[in-house]
Ligand binder design. Structure first.
Ligand code: B1M
Length: 648
């Protein structure tokens, strides 16, 4: 049986000779160049210059010698850039960084000192305000003939000569991702609450570009295209980033439009990549025509492998999920990796519908011994026949610790579970004798994410000579408490929370100079950043804004913050609380380095240090010498207050 036949059977939910294996078949199932170099050495393969498959993520093109050794079954066939575009890396004009702009005008940069990836830093539509700005934007030409040069020949070669499965790439990323990347995350999420018509116009403009590309690519590649690839991240570690209703009303119909368009022109199966906890929308994805999900992030909430297979295994092929890049793969032993791989084979393997691959690209710090432990276990237990996959001995004992329970706040003081209505807020205000009438208005406006009304209410109160401190303590803080509670109880998602945080920032910008004039002391002075090497800043921004909403004076150091910057800020700014955020297993060790630098500088006793991010937990915080951990932005406020109260 050849690779193409094997994967096709799996996609038909039938058992082939063995579970198909993907390494390097897509830009989402490959391996970071650093880990790849080590893997080649470990396998005793000749040293050679590693080709980069995707410049942004710095992942390797897996060479034929490795592919043959490991039996990789899938190969990516992707469009080229348009004739007028070529990536030109500039290494001189931004000190410390290599950088370039892509075809969409998005700016990407990589730290010259030890950077693992190119990360976005410039979002061309961030300043845009009108529909005209979208219309006039110089969008890339999706049907430039240069894109399609050699596409069909490459697909034919892979399918007919190599006899591997062809996965055909789309035009850049998913429509929602391109919307977010051109707009910038800081505006994209709040736009769902405060600027939806504009945002959906932008989405539709991008959907049209994608359809124009598929219209040419699909008939051209024809039946060689076994699978087509689309992607849109709509989830994080603990759940969706958008309300399920928002996903269903705004995102799902556009996915349906794209997938219907593809299915009308091709027999290819649809591969949809979405990180995180997506269980809640898997039925929706099935409804809009998704056949395959990737990366199957088994450590995210609700993504337990046996339950996924039980509930969706008849309709969905799981492509990924073999071993979790956030867990044992990175910092476990080869035995722990073997146990995890066996568990996933047991859970996903039966009746086909499983393409074995790590959860997302193998990260830079995954040891080659663990990669090979994954692969060897797949060879041993991933054969079909003779009693089926897995064949775990009855007396088998896992060496992997049981899956970590997710801490979910059940504290009664996290209620009420929803935002106040205008009437309720007004009634509340009446009860709050002695408070200005606008305080209720300000609270509702913050909860609704209405910056204009919130700032106007604050302005009015200042004009009536209400103390800024009172506006904060009786208006901003309780409003943000409600916002935090709504987030914890699942009523608010990223867009609502960010819109509220922006409204708060507007009010705080107004009040800050007045606070200084009156000599009022903030609750505490805090400095916060995402650690060096890590550019994920959505969660960190939320923590910063929630701390601000709780009355803290916050210095947001941004993403990619080196140890010396934290030390300098503590020394010069009278900081009492330090917040460290990290989302990558490659950057979590930097948290320890930063704490060590703070200790070495002799300022450790001046501050409490809190950490957060999906891979962190209380145990990790204790191990690296932090004072505390919080799983989300709302609990980060409580934890901060608790830590500082302990200190006074
Ligand atoms: Co990336 N990414 N990403 N990514 N990304 C993750 C983190 C990943 C888990 C996805 C996956 O494997 N399925 C994975 C890491 C795996 C690993 O480490 N082993 C990953 C990867 C690998 C990468 C890249 C390497 C590229 C790639 O291969 N895809 C690359 C690296 C970039 C870099 O940092 N150098 C990359 C890039 C990106 C985007 C740019 C596309 C984008 C980030 C945009 C931005 O932040 N400006 C992105 C996104 C969006 C994600 C996912 C999908 C979502 C993260 C998010 O924003 N969540 C993520 C999947 C996941 O999380 N499972 C993923 C929403 C946010 C509100 O939650 O950040 O968790 P979160 O913050 C929460 C809590 O954690 C907590 O409170 C916040 C609010 O409630 N919290 C704190 C956070 N910091 C805190 C600090 C505190 C207290 C609480 O005290 C101080």
């Amino acid at each position: 049986m050849n690779s193409r036949e094997r994967v096709k059977l799996a996609l038909e939910h039938k058992e082939a000779d063995r579970i198909p294996f993907d390494l390097g078949g897509t830009v989402l199932t490959s391996v970071h160049v650093n880990a790849y170099r080590k893997l080649r050495r470990y396998l005793g393969l000749p040293e050679k210059e590693v080709q980069v498959m995707d410049v942004f993520q710095q992942i390797a093109t897996v060479d034929d010698d490795v592919r043959q050794r490991l039996g990789c079954d899938i190969r990516n066939v992707a469009p080229r850039s348009s004739a007028t575009f070529k990536i030109e890396v500039n290494s001189t004009d931004m000190p410390g960084y290599d950088f370039f702009h892509d075809e969409w005008g998005i700016g990407w940069r990589k730290p010259q000192d030890g950077g693992f990836f190119y990360d976005m830093y410039d979002h061309p539509l961030e300043p845009a305000v009108s529909i005209e700005d979208i219309k006039n934007y110089p969008w890339p030409d999706p049907v430039d003939p240069a894109r399609f040069t050699g596409l069909v020949e490459r697909a034919k070669h892979v399918a007919e000569e190599r006899k591997e499965l062809v996965i055909l790439g789309g035009l850049s990323a998913g429509f929602l991702e391109l919307t977010a990347w051109t707009r910038g995350f800081a505006k994209f999420y709040p736009d769902f609450v405060t600027n939806l018509d504009w945002l959906t116009y932008l989405m539709d403009a991008i959907v049209d570009l994608k359809l124009a590309y598929w219209e040419i690519a699909l008939p051209m590649v024809g039946d060689y295209a076994d699978v087509v690839q689309e992607a849109d991240d709509v989830a994080g570690q603990f759940g969706l980033l958008l309300k399920p209703e928002t996903y269903r009303e705004i995102v799902k119909p556009r996915h349906k439009k794209i997938f219907d368009f593809i299915k009308a022109r091709s027999k290819a199966k649809i591969f949809y990549h979405c990180c995180g906890a997506i269980r809640e929308i898997i039925p929706d994805l099935i409804e809009v025509g998704v056949d395959i999900i990737n990366p199957v992030q088994v450590s995210a909430v609700g993504m337990e492998s046996s339950a996924l297979k039980r509930d969706f295994g008849d309709d969905i092929t799981f492509w990924g999920g073999l071993v979790d890049t956030q867990g044992a793969f990175t910092d476990g032993t080869p035995d722990q990796v073997r146990d995890e791989v066996r568990r996933r084979i047991d859970d996903f393997g039966a009746n086909g519908g499983f393409v074995a691959a790590a959860v997302h690209n193998i990260q830079a710090n995954v040891p080659p011994a663990n990669i090979m432990a994954m692969w060897e276990t797949l060879q041993e237990y991933g054969q079909y026949g003779h009693g089926g996959v897995g064949q775990r001995p009855v007396d088998y004992v896992y060496s992997v610790p049981p899956e970590k329970p997710i801490a979910i706040s059940t504290s009664p003081d996290s209620l009420p579970a929803r935002a106040l209505t205008v009437e309720e807020a007004a009634a509340l205000t009446q009860k709050e004798k002695g408070l200005p009438a606008e305080i209720g208005q300000l609270k509702v406006a913050i909860i609704d994410g209405n910056t204009t009304v919130a700032v106007a209410a604050a302005q009015q109160m200042l004009a009536e000579e209400v103390e800024p401190q009172q506006i904060i303590s009786d208006g901003v803080v309780p409003a943000m408490d409600t916002v935090g509670n709504n987030f914890e109880t699942g009523e608010f998602y990223l867009p609502e929370m960010m819109a509220s945080a922006i409204a708060t920032r507007g009010v705080m910008d107004l009040l800050r100079p007045r606070l200084t004039e009156t000599g009022a002391e903030p609750v505490a002075r805090a400095a916060l950043g995402t650690v060096k090497g890590d550019l994920h800043d959505i969660g960190k921004n939320l923590v910063a804004m929630m701390w601000e909403g709780a009355g803290f004076d916050v210095i947001d150091l941004g993403p990619d913050v080196p140890p010396e910057k934290f030390v300098e800020t503590i020394q010069n700014e009278g900081i009492e609380l330090v917040g460290l955020s990290a989302l990558l297993t490659t950057t979590m060790p930097m948290m320890r380095t930063i704490i060590e630098a703070i200790t070495e500088a002799g300022v450790r006793d001046q501050v409490k240090i809190m950490v957060g991010g999906p891979g962190t937990n209380a145990q990790f915080a204790a191990e690296i010498g932090a004072d505390g951990y919080a799983p989300d932005a709302s609990l980060a406020v409580r934890k901060a207050k608790q830590l500082l109260a302990i200190r006074v």
